[in-house]
Design a protein around this ligand. Sequence first.
Ligand code: ADP
Ligand code: MG
Length: 706
Amino acid sequence: MSDTYTSVPELFGSLVFGDAVMRERLPKPTYQAIRKAIHDGTSLDISVANTVAAAMKEWAVEQGATHFTHWFQPMTGFTAEKHDSFISPTGDGRVLMEFSGKELVKGEPDASSFPSGGLRDTYEARGYTAWDPSSPAFVKDGSLYIPTAFCSYGGQALDKKTPLLRSADVLNRSALRILHLLGYTDVTKVDVTVGCEQEYFLIDKDFYKKRKDLVFCGRTLLGAAPPKGQEMEDHYFGVLKPKIAAFMHDLDTELWKLGVPAKTKHNEVAPAQYEMAPVFEISNIATDHNQLTMEMLKKVADRHGFACLLHEKPFDGVNGSGKHDNWSLVTDTGENLLNPGKTPAKNTRFLVFLTAIIAAVDDYAGLLRASVATAGNDHRLGGNEAPPAVISMFVGDELEQVLESIEEDRDMTEGHGGMMELAKMLPLLKQDNTDRNRTSPFAFTGNKFEFRMPGSSLSAADPNIVLNTAVAEELDRFYEALRYVPDEALEDAVHRLIKETIQAHRRIVFNGNGYTDAWIEEAARRGLPNLHSVPEAAEELLKKQNMELCISHGIYTEEEILSRHAIMLENYIKTIHIEALTLRNMVTKDFTDGLFSYMKAVEQEMLQKKQVLPDLPCNYEIDILKTLNACAEQLSILLDALSQETENAESIEDLSEKAHFYHDVILSEMSRLRAAVDAAEARVPGSFIPYPTYEEMLFHLRKYDA
Ligand code: ADP
Ligand code: MG
């Protein structure tokens, strides 16, 4: 526990200007105005903002804050902040601490250095941040952090929060209309709930600093595999080493103070890989909290002498890291709309939402895939540890039977999931109505869906924007089909609609093993898209149906889509360009130095031997020198090729063509070079390699201990 707190409930949210603090410190009408604005998704007027600002400042100053910052999420995928102090000179050489409603509500950071994808010319530097009252402000490192949205001078969204809020609002309205039609008239709000499982690696900070690839690219670009990787599966859920446990404890404490409900922690499959999961929250807050979590992971790791790697594939040959997006819908009457209940076959409301989601994932599979497409995640999707690049849905045995029975008009009312007895003295275990399927990219897990494609470093906003909007679209189609049906015919009409939807979208449901080649072939037969890389996936953004989805629901304007498309490709190109330069740099400078030093050492050893014992053979030494010399020759050819192709790549004007070239040519040149270096590394003793090896990074928590 932290020094000043004695219990977790006392510690939790102690640095957050949350609901309880607001209730205590705000005049009742102001508090109610805020609650109403959050519920209705409307903005607040300036008099309310002034009162809130005064209370916020007073509270923040008590927590030690001297500054405030509008905290936003530009399209870099990271967060951004610019701090202003509360001081206001009084004219007599002293200062007051001031903070107005105007400062709370609106900020004007210089936006010119954030990616805009052509939305803004560089001379139009002005951008605005706008207070998001639905995500609580908090104090961190002496500043009051105010969650905000970020837009250009012309009002176009330049961030990830704005479209996320828009999409949640759209889904709320669509879900409400359907619920009201089905007779659930007491519901006045539907929220999207999200729980992000966050995977990460921890390695010794000193190791990290010695590897240019980790420092510049976040992933290793070369390194021979150690004799043992993850094949024994002895790390998964293994005993936490004390240094890791201490780190995790500290992380929990920091997150709890900030009101992030960190709940679960464990070792993951790959050596040096771990996971944390929070209790789910409303999507906007869950997204902000996930950003804070990623920041805290890095900060607390550093304090403990570790570097936290959030890259999707920091090491070749072992699992990469994801961010599983657990997603559901909850009403303000407290009901989870994806709870199947005891008899799902009879639960019309559940079936309406389930089939809308099935249709959404099928109709917009390409767009969903694109929402998680990054250079880092490309190394993960389709590898044999992560979901394949093909999107399919797992619903489990019971729901599968329910879907079948509806399709075939059979009666099916029985739920399953009986009680299991393991041994007489052990408690009876209730069986869940779905088993787990770890290989499905989009799995129903009891009362929520788990989208497993998002990469570990991605903003949680990205997949949820698409998911929310696509589901809203399908619910709207349902509503249009049902709105004029007379009451007495409604039940039948709903049933028919559910049945037709299942029939139309059956191809997306797949309950088998998603990692097999057989499934990839089957998916192709079913006509499901298999988008391998960012340049392929990016094209989805520009497809007519996908653009229409976003534009018609007011998530993005056409301009905003084009800008996001450009940013996606630009990011991809820049990422691989930096990787190519870093790889060349590491090979020519660091690795070559190690290789030649070792060759020289072997040569000297051989000469010495010849002087002292001229009759002894030197076959081993000669063999080493010959092999390494051949490696060196190969390196020279491959380095030239990479450098030539990088030049070619940079001369391409068209963004999409350039991105494809980076994917098709540069990445494969890089992997040819890497293969050659790794083969050579396997013949060179670690003491000659001037940076830490895979073996050290993955299996040694600290340079000098196990
Ligand atoms: P597993 O690793 O078995 O998938 P975890 O417990 O690690 O499960 O993570 C499950 C995540 O799903 C948690 O973040 C949890 O809060 C979240 N979750 C549970 N119920 C819901 C829900 N109704 N809506 C959104 N997320 C949910
Ligand atoms: Mg999971």
